[in-house]
Write a protein of this length. Structure first.
Length: 138
């Protein structure tokens, strides 16, 4: 067994080198998007969805209670100011890395300026989401 630092926590590797799953919070006001993200992550080795939120308030409550390793945040939840404010609180106050997402690619610079580790558009996220989540936690 060996000791590895993951997201600020010390984790013990077993003989096969496996680590505990990356704990993900999904925050999006569209239930269909939350469901699609949850289904995608559950089918991908190494991830655990610890919470889902349809509002910024619920996302903060879940983040405080469950301490996710990373959050996926819809920047337009339900509008840009709410999503960006959530992103700022998660990153600055709770130290939760955030992968920001939106259908509007023009919001990328604002999301990154607000503290997002990465910005992905919802129409092509699958190819990059897994790497973005892993990079945010390691």
């Amino acid at each position: 067994m060996s000791l590895t630092c993951v997201g600020g926590l010390s984790m013990v590797r077993d003989g096969q080198g496996s680590l505990p799953p990356i704990r993900v919070l999904i925050a999006d006001d569209d239930a269909r998007v939350r469901n699609a993200l949850r289904t995608f992550l559950m089918a991908t080795h190494g991830f655990e969805v610890v919470g889902e939120a349809g509002s910024p308030q619920l996302a903060l409550e879940i983040a405080r209670d469950l301490n996710p390793c990373v959050a996926i945040v819809d920047v337009l939840m339900p509008d840009a100011e709410d999503g960006l404010d959530l992103l700022r609180v998660l990153t600055a106050e709770l130290s939760v890395p955030v992968i920001a997402m939106s259908l509007r690619s023009t919001l990328g610079p604002e999301a990154l300026a607000a503290g997002a580790r990465e910005f992905l558009t919802k129409d092509g996220y699958a190819e990059r989401l897994v790497d973005a989540l892993r990079n945010a936690c390691h």
